[in-house]
Design a protein around this ligand. Structure first.
Ligand code: GTP
Ligand code: MG
Ligand code: ZN
Length: 350
């Protein structure tokens, strides 16, 4: 395979170039974006590149090079000057922090998102569902990982884990003891790009480290008081794995963080549907056939895709089932303790 293809090059990018551009410029892929320059991987190595003046002042923030972008640069030896950012095949974006509505690009030209959750912080089904819907909107396939399976697990977490395995083919792994890492390795193909996403501290960098069989990335301890990761990954970096495949490590994303391109402030996905459902005529609306159902109306108007609607309904059913069985268990627990209390009152000695 030609080196560019190992970096993720495809016909899509090839067709956006003129023969003149191919002759005069070097093609490369952005691995890291720094304040004043970026690191670009190309056929013959790695080059620090700066943006040409007209692009620096002419491009909007989101049009400037991002991790995963393909660029053309003029090679000046120590430095390259970027003259063009190639059209993106797709990109993964998130809401900017604070009150800004604009989306911020996390990475571009992605084939798979590796969505990581872990037992230590706790599995979160709703969050996973939201993420998957948002990835679908971005045309990115999800690979779901449940990390830290070397840690003890309670019944509740076990149930959620089983559901994630059945429904999303989630892979339970442990970066620490290496269990099931081979399954993940087998899914990583030469020339394909994988962005790792998930809350801070779930072990994204640790997993990439174990794939790399080195200890290149920095990882952090989870602070015991807050159970939050130490935010050790601060930039989005693209790495080439020794056995092929490109991975992008990202700093932990906040909940509701991802947005689909074109969607405003993350209104897509369940957050948006949940908001809509509040406006249904009946408070116990099942969103299946009721008059005055705002959710059905939005599906008809194609404001919500059928895919989104279906996963919303599937998740609701699952959560209902889960919550009712939890309620059931609690009720049984209460009954039992009442019986024991009464037995004690009536003079029973255990
Ligand atoms: N027990 C256990 N701990 C793990 C495992 N994988 C990672 N950790 C620990 O979890 C902590 C956080 O790991 P990181 O890899 O830094 O997490 P991250 O997702 O990259 O976090 P951010 O960079 O902040 O987004 C570290 O202390 C790791 O050693 C695992 O499989 N089992
Ligand atoms: Mg990290
Ligand atoms: Zn409804």
């Amino acid at each position: 395979m030609n080196t560019l293809y190992k970096l993720g090059w495809s016909h899509f990018f090839e067709s956006s170039l003129s023969s003149e551009e191919k002759q005069n410029m070097t093609i490369g892929r952005v691995s890291t974006v720094n304040k004043s320059n970026c690191i670009v991987i190309h056929e013959n190595g790695i080059k620090t590149c700066e943006l040409a003046g007209n692009l620096m002042f002419g491009l909007e923030e989101n049009e400037k090079p991002k991790t995963g972008d393909w660029v053309l640069f003029l090679d000046y030896g120590d430095l390259g000057i970027i003259s063009k950012v190639l059209p993106r095949y797709n990109c993964l974006s998130r809401q900017k922090s604070g009150k800004e509505i604009a989306a911020q690009i996390i990475a571009s030209n992605i084939d798979y998102a590796v969505v990581v959750q872990c037992l230590e912080i706790g599995l979160n089904l709703r969050r996973l569902e939201r993420t998957i819907v948002q990835l679908q909107n971005c045309n990115i396939q999800a690979i779901v990982l449940i990390n830290k399976t070397d840690l003890p697990i309670d019944n509740e977490q076990q149930e959620i884990m089983n559901f994630m395995i059945d429904t999303y083919q989630a892979i339970p792994i442990s970066a620490n003891i290496g269990s099931n890492l081979n399954l993940l390795k087998d899914m990583i193909l030469t020339g394909k790009s994988y962005v790792f996403i998930g809350a801070s501290g779930v072990g994204k960098s640790s997993i990439i480290n174990s794939l790399q069989e080195g200890d290149d990335l920095k990882t952090g301890e989870i602070s015991q008081s807050t159970m939050k990761g130490a935010h050790t990954t601060t930039s989005r970096d693209l790495y080439i794995l020794k056995n092929g495949g490109l991975v992008i490590d990202t700093p932990g994303t906040r909940e509701f963080g991802l947005t689909a391109p074109g969607s405003e402030s993350g209104s897509s996905g369940f957050h948006g549907i949940n908001e809509l459902a509040k406006g249904c005529k009946f408070h116990n609306c099942t969103h299946t056939n009721e008059k005055g159902c705002k959710v059905l109306k939005a599906v008809k108007a194609e404001n919500i895709s059928e895919d989104e609607y279906e996963s919303f309904m599937r998740l609701n059913r699952e959560m209902e089932h889960y919550e009712s069985s939890l309620q059931d268990r609690k009720q049984k627990g209460k009954k039992l303790s009442k019986i024991i209390k009464n037995m004690k009152k009536s003079g029973y000695k255990s």
